[in-house]
Design a protein around this ligand. Structure first.
Ligand code: GLA
Length: 823
């Protein structure tokens, strides 16, 4: 579902037109299951049909149907949103709800797709305007519609004034995701002020037993998943920070009956594609109807629309899954790669990167970075990234932001020698920038103190010693684009880590008329997107990461321009299990950067083995951020193997379907994820035991997402996809012994010719019962990984026999590849 360029995410103004401890154990199982056949279902087309007689629109895409109609009041009424309907299901002409009483009139109880404030509306409006004559009443009625392929446009108009609203619906054939937006057009002869514009309202089927899931956080503690029953009243998820923020993320999911099963049940979910202040209201009205309305935050909002201008809302993406919350996130993940990120539908897999930030902080220089680059290359890193500190007078966070020249003391010959060195080592080069910020101690601020967000004569609050440039200003926009363009023109840079380390304060724009100053909330984001779009168009090879002191700017708006995102500055591998679990409810592992950093961790002084740290990061897009100067030869050897291993499985991890087999939420000792390849022929399973108490055995692991009635087996290094020497050393303890003892009795191990004789000899071949047969029943629990590799107690016995090196023990990974053995 790609959109005509310029239409998506543009919040544009113009002529009306057309326009998502104690004892600490880690036990990590990484298991691959490989089968030969390819499946690959072709997505159907999305179908949009309009019935002239009933005035009902029906949108069918993937497993989802959305039905809306024009009722007798010419309102756009939601009729159905849920599991795909059969061809024979029909809908009668819609009629508005009569209302509950004189206190709750029809407009409040009729489930409307988009409603303006007027005519006695008390529920959350999608649109609210003030006219110059003081009138604030707006009542929208259907005018016309067009259907073009997967795209429905409905035009509405106020009952008397020339204010038009264009509603857009676009259905994605592959996932059933629906993109919705609204555009308000001022065709009157006078300016008006838009005080609220939502992208859409989503109406759920009537009911009272709904549960809301949402994500909250703060710096270094992002992506907390919350669940609460939806009660009468309103829950507002929002950011008033000028950008997306981590306090709430613009994502929601709602299910019914509170089922805790990850993969069953109805789930309605959505995500807002907007990187400015935003809000999503989840309201249960007095008729027990659930409405979800989302768009730019209404707080301090006021956008003056001159005659002939229009204001385009961001996109609000909604989806439905009947395969539980797990199915909902899998749909979103697929949608992100097919429709959102740059180069969708076929974006590149994330390269393994090294970033020097945690190793050197601001102490970057040519010799030091070259030394790190050599070490990074030796373990298989594909991209070397220089973080903060390379520019201006940047020796701490007190100075230099805004002065984007290469620091001549740290890099006397510019960046070229380092970039050449990085290239000669077989890696590409990336660089950190924070384009929207300025330190008061900078040449830029001394020259242009008026370029920052401020109210005249008022204090300018600093965050991390920096101020916000007002990107809404055309001159600031131009400055930022020009310095980035120059940087990319003059240096062979493959990747920018685009950071943003504070939120807004005093959001004044003194250079424009007072009545236009609040446009900053929209124009800033619009200019951010336009810079990103222009840079990408001019430098198509360059990839970009959205980082905001961690995960404070992750949303489907910025992801349209960002190949990857940084979920959190918290890189402790144990904390990351929880952070990454929350993240993946809304966003794909294939955009989720996860670094292996030093131990003990700066975050909490926790000590974790290098293997554990790798395995935690390998559940996403692998990066390394440790100080390689402190590594011992054994660390390099381990890292090299893990990086090699990751490259073998990354396509499955980054692009596969994620199943949360055991959640790390709510203090769970265990965490198990499974990624299944799109053809269901392969799977990778990560299992972690952490903060174990009383040495209870690891619970059974039940696979999901595999093909029923299919034989899967576990022949490790013999597998064609895993011919690398030392592969099995990944499984250095625990269950490895069990496997090795069965090496002789593995008649069906099909060794790859590429395996060296020594590899083959030491190979961990399948156990005497070499395969696991998964029938439909098995999906509900007849078998587990553990029982196929030995009794669960083996793992327990081994752990019990372990000599604990203090408080923390890390047990290494069991790793086995599986291959389908045809019957
Ligand atoms: C932010 C980022 C870090 C690092 C620093 C540099 O905190 O999240 O990864 O880039 O800025 O100042």
């Amino acid at each position: 579902m790609r959109q005509r360029s310029g239409d998506y995410f543009s919040f544009a103004v113009g002529k009306p037109g057309r326009g998502l401890r104690s004892v600490f154990l880690s036990w990590v199982v990484l298991l691959g299951l490989i089968l030969p056949a390819l499946a690959g279902a072709q997505p159907n087309r999305a179908l949009i049909h309009f019935d002239d007689q009933t005035r009902v629109f029906r949108i069918d895409a993937a497993d989802m149907s959305y039905v809306l109609g024009i009722n007798e009041n010419k309102q756009v009424q939601t009729l159905y949103w849920g599991k795909r309907l059969s061809a024979g299901d029909t809908f009668a002409a819609p009629h508005s709800d009569p209302g509950l009483s004189s206190f709750d009139s029809s407009i409040n109880t009729t489930r409307l797709d988009f409603v303006a404030w007027g005519g006695g509306l008390y529920v959350e409006p999608d649109l609210k305007v003030t006219f110059p004559d003081g009138n604030r009443d707006l009542v929208l009625q259907y005018v016309s519609h067009t259907i073009e392929g997967d795209h429905l446009t409905i035009l509405l108009k106020d009952i008397s004034r020339d204010v038009y609203v264009r509603l857009e619906y676009q259905a994605d054939a592959g996932t059933g995701m629906l993109r919705r937006s609204a555009q308000v057009q001022n065709r009157t002869s006078a300016p008006l002020v838009v005080e609220q514009i939502a992208s859409a309202t989503w109406n759920l089927p009537r009911g009272s037993d709904y549960r809301l899931r949402y994500l909250t956080g703060r710096w270094a503690g992002e992506w907390n998943l919350h669940e609460q029953l939806i009660q009468p009243g309103k829950t507002i998820l929002e950011s008033r920070r000028g950008s997306t923020g981590e306090q709430n993320n613009p994502w929601f999911a709602i299910d019914q009956n509170g089922s805790n099963d990850q993969d069953h049940g109805d789930v309605w979910f959505g995500a807002l594609g907007w990187s400015g202040s935003w809000q999503i209201s989840i309201e249960q009205d007095e008729a027990q109807q659930i409405r979800v309305t989302g768009g730019p935050n209404t707080f301090d909002f006021g956008y003056r629309l001159a005659p002939g201008e229009h204001l385009q809302s961001p996109d609000f993406y909604g989806g439905y899954s009947h395969e539980g919350i797990g199915g909902a996130s899998r749909l979103l993940h697929r949608f992100e790669f097919s429709s959102i990120v740059p180069h969708a539908t076929n974006p590149k897999l994330r390269p393994v990167l090294y970033n020097s930030w945690e190793a050197t902080e601001f102490r970057v220089d040519e010799a030091g970075q070259e030394a790190l680059a050599e070490k990074a290359a030796s373990i298989g890193v594909e991209r070397f990234v220089v973080d903060d500190g390379w520019f201006g007078q940047r020796s701490s966070d007190h100075a230099g932001l805004g002065d984007w020249y290469v620091n001549p003391v740290k890099f006397p010959h510019g960046l070229k020698p380092l970039i050449d060195k990085v290239h000669s080592l077989g890696m590409d080069f990336g660089l950190w920038v924070e384009p929207e910020m300025v330190n008061p101690d900078s040449d830029l601020y001394r020259k242009h103190p008026d370029w920052v967000l401020n109210f005249t004569g008022r204090p300018r609050s600093e965050g991390r010693n920096q101020l916000m440039l007002n990107l809404a200003r055309p001159d600031v926009r131009e400055y930022v684009f020009q310095f980035l363009d120059k940087l990319l023109n003059e240096n062979d840079i493959a990747f920018l880590k685009w950071d943003y380390n504070r939120n807004w304060s005093e959001p004044g724009w003194p250079a424009v008329a007072p009545e236009d100053q609040k446009r900053v909330y929209v124009d800033y984001v619009h200019n951010l997107y336009s810079i990103l779009a222009q840079l990408r168009a001019k430098h198509p090879r360059v990839e970009i990461e959205s980082c905001s002191g961690g995960g404070s700017r992750v949303d489907l708006g910025v992801m349209r321009y960002a190949d990857q995102v940084w979920p959190s500055d918290n890189t402790d591998a144990f904390d990351r299990l929880l952070i990454q679990d929350g993240f993946t409810y809304a966003y794909a592992p294939g955009v989720m950067m996860a670094w292996v950093t030093d131990s003990p961790s700066w975050v909490n002084q926790r000590t974790l083995s290098l293997e554990y740290r790798f395995l935690s990061s390998m559940q996403g897009s692998l990066g390394i951020g440790a100080n390689l100067n402190n590594w011992k030869p054994g660390d390099f050897a381990t890292a090299k193997k893990m990086v090699e291993q990751y490259k073998q499985i990354r396509e499955i991890v980054q692009r596969g379907s994620l199943y949360r087999l055991i959640s790390p939420q709510n203090g769970s000792e265990h965490s198990v994820t499974e990624s299944v390849s799109n053809d269901q022929d392969s799977a990778v399973i990560f299992a972690f035991l952490h903060s174990s108490q009383m040495l209870y055995p690891f619970p059974r692991i039940y696979f999901r997402g595999l093909k029923p009635d299919t034989m899967y087996a576990f022949p490790p290094p013999c597998h064609p996809l895993a011919p690398i020497a030392g592969f099995h050393s990944f499984a250095k303890v625990t269950l490895g012994q069990i496997q090795e003892s069965r090496e002789e009795s593995s008649p069906r191990c099909r060794c790859n010719p590429a395996c060296s004789p020594s590899t083959r000899k030491s190979a961990i071949c399948p156990p005497s019962t070499p395969s696991a047969y998964f029938s439909d029943d098995d999906f509900t629990g007849a078998h587990s990984v553990i029982s196929h590799l030995g009794e669960p107690h083996h793992a327990h016995r081994h752990l019990a026999g372990w000599s604990w090196p203090g408080d923390f023990v890390t047990l290494a990974a069991l790793h086995a590849w599986s291959e389908k053995i045809s019957e």
